[in-house]
Ligand binder design. Structure first.
Ligand SMILES: Nc1ncnc2c1ncn2[C@@H]1O[C@H](COP(=O)(O)OP(=O)(O)OP(=O)(O)O)[C@@H](O)[C@H]1O
Length: 339
């Protein structure tokens, strides 16, 4: 498979007036190959957005090597820009424009045939609402409109920073279905998130970042398998006796009010045979598989938690309106003084 995004040894330190020097990305590596739906996971402040911004030339890196679709990034990104769609800084939409008009203007500005507008509206599931004003859109619809804008040029690679952030479960499901359908259509997707269950559902590959460094990468199942403790949930009529028998067989057992958690058995037969031979019959024997959430917690030392919604903005005239940009640069207090 060919590399679509390659990052090696990326470094970025911010210097702010208030907080001084802050290392955001510290020798970070990432490889995204063609056809992957690749999750970019990390706790708040771990460096995800900075990495994506550096890749796209929105902030200058201090060191490292990056390429997108084989072109050195960000220096030669222009060569492949027509093949890449990215939503890293949230587009601000005019509420009085319809979704269709918004996309039409973006298509005209980007030299994209306007016939594409109906196609992308269809692709993101907004066809029936395309002629409604954006101010009547739900947050999820605005997120989808943002994705539609990134799809106008029919990109091979789509980069989305926290697309599900702030969405309700219905909106998250819609976003998930959308990403799946894009992947089915052959688009390589890189999606940053800390909604781990979502990443586990949509992504086939994952890179986990903590404190600016990569702490795990690979196929989701492989990353999870590395953390499989071979644990089983066992229900029996005589838990105390069963616990003794299993411990005598060299397994580690904890009793949770009569429900046993047994670790160390690679195969379930070891448990059922150990107990069955002594006349203790197993009523339930279920594997406990690690999920991305527990692996994330172990790797990053940080429990995942929902953050404040970072949203596609409310309609506003340039320079006014309530919306914070999707990326909070904290420019009022902590202006970056050197890159
Ligand atoms: N423009 C900036 N000026 C100063 N510090 C910054 C700037 N941008 C990011 N940082 C700092 O760099 C670190 C990494 O931030 P970054 O936004 O990349 O993390 P993140 O993983 O995207 O977090 P989140 O999930 O909260 O968006 C944080 O400590 C952040 O405060």
């Amino acid at each position: 498979m060919s590399a679509v995004i390659e990052i090696e040894g990326l470094r970025k330190t911010f210097h702010t007036l208030r907080q001084g020097r802050r290392v955001a990305v510290d020798g970070f590596d990432m490889l995204v190959e063609a056809g992957q739906v690749h999750g970019f996971l990390g706790p708040n402040g771990s460096g995800k957005t900075t990495t994506l911004r550096a890749l796209l030339g929105l902030v200058s890196a201090d060191g490292g090597r990056m390429s997108v679709l084989g072109s050195p990034a960000p220096e030669k990104l222009a060569r492949v820009a027509g093949r890449v769609g990215a939503i890293v800084e949230s587009p601000q939409f005019f509420g009085n424009f319809t979704g269709h008009r918004t996309l039409r203007l973006l298509a005209l500005a980007g030299g994209v045939p306007t016939g594409r507008v109906d196609e992308v509206l269809e692709q993101v599931g907004l066809r029936d609402r395309g002629h409604d004003r954006v101010k009547g859109y739900s947050l999820g619809m605005r997120q989808r409109l943002a994705v539609a804008s990134a799809l106008l040029k029919d990109p091979e690679l789509l980069i989305l920073d926290e697309p599900a952030n702030g969405l309700d479960p219905g909106g998250i499901r819609e976003m998930r279905d959308l990403m799946r359908s894009l992947a089915d259509a052959g688009v390589t997707v890189l999606v940053s998130s800390h909604i781990l269950a979502e990443i586990q559902l949509i992504c086939d590959h994952v890179t986990i970042i903590s404190r600016g460094r990569r702490v795990a990468a690979g196929r989701v199942e492989e990353v999870l398998a590395g953390y499989d403790q071979h644990e089983w949930q066992v229900r029996v009529a005589e838990p105390a006796r069963a616990a003794e028998l299993l411990a005598a067989a060299g397994l580690s057992v904890t009793d949770h009010d009569g429900l046993l958690v047994v670790a160390g058995a690679e195969e379930p037969e070891l448990i059922s045979r150990t107990l069955g031979e002594q006349g203790v019959w197993v009523r339930e024997l279920t594997p406990i598989r690690p999920d991305l959430e527990s692996v994330f917690l172990e790797l990053t030392g940080t429990a995942p938690h929902p953050t404040l919604p970072r949203q596609v903005g409310e309609a506003a005239l340039p320079g006014e309106g309530p919306d914070a940009p999707m990326i909070d640069l904290d420019v009022t207090a902590d202006r970056e003084v050197s890159a």
